[in-house]
Design a binder for this molecule. Structure first.
Ligand code: NI
Length: 258
């Protein structure tokens, strides 16, 4: 089966056909889906989806661009949600300097990234990290807090292959989605060639990042076979092998998934 490690089916562009779409996934070979929270509000809707569909699991967390919703009360609520059997990760958390350039905002991003990483350590869950235009600070902060003790994935990986090796040395997985099929995605293709298949997770980040030949349209997990085909080509292995190994990787990282 295909293990989809990063979806946002609670996004408003799925409102009209959300139920039919999610129900159609198993017959399209998508056996497990992690829906990922990115704010307090979307963590709530993520938990609802995981309650409704047995093959959908929840990641709870607040994205760097949504930290305005975090305070001691909401952070305590977030922690409570980690105890549920279908909460399998803390995410997505991290740093995004592409959208936020102000130093004090970036400082607050680092503070909440750090606290959510510490939460993951405390409750013994893996993390799903979003990092954009913030490679150095992400790595520095992860080293400071000994992130090698907190398993996780760098989702929608966008940095160099050298940096990927650094993350892998810390025990991290590399999330690969539709971007790998883009013509201009030289860096990501080099990264996929350079790292072991045993360190790659499949993801969509849907509704975003639809792979070729559907680039620019609403994405969903049924597009993952295009990503698998590209990875198989780059690694010179069969598509079945990519599907099998990445499922195993996801099950190793997200231990609470049945
Ligand atoms: Ni995402």
């Amino acid at each position: 089966m295909i293990f989809e490690t990063h979806a946002h089916y609670d996004d408003e562009c799925f409102t009209e056909d959300q139920d039919a779409l999610i129900k159609s996934m198993p017959e399209k070979g998508i056996g497990r889906i992690i829906n990922v929270g990115s704010s307090i509000e979307s963590t709530k809707t993520t938990l609802e989806l995981a309650k409704k569909y047995d093959y959908v699991y929840a990641a709870v967390g607040v994205h760097p661009s949504d930290i305005d919703g975090l305070n001691e009360d909401t952070f305590a609520w977030l922690k409570e949600q980690t105890a549920w059997e279908k909460t399998v990760a803390i995410g997505e958390i991290g740093l995004d300097y592409y959208w936020d350039k102000e130093p004090e905002v970036q400082e607050r991003q680092r503070e909440w990234f750090r606290r959510q990483m510490e939460l993951a350590r405390e409750v013994n869950l893996p993390v799903i990290i979003h990092s954009r235009d913030a490679a150095e600070d992400t790595m520095r902060l992860m080293k400071e807090i000994h992130a090698q003790e907190i398993p996780g994935v760098i989702h929608c990986y966008s940095y160099s292959k050298e940096m990927a090796q650094e993350f892998i040395k810390m025990g991290y997985y590399i999330g690969v989605g539709g971007v790998v099929t883009f013509k201009n995605a030289k860096k990501l293709k080099e990264t996929v060639e350079a790292i072991p298949l045993e360190r790659i997770l499949l993801e969509t980040d849907c509704p975003y990042m639809a792979p070729e030949p559907h680039r620019g349209t609403r994405n969903d997990s049924s597009n993952i076979p295009y990503v698998i085909a590209k990875i198989a080509e780059l690694k010179q292995v069969s598509e079945a092998e990519v599907e099998r190994v990445t499922e195993q990787n996801a099950r190793t990282l997200f231990r609470k998934v049945r």
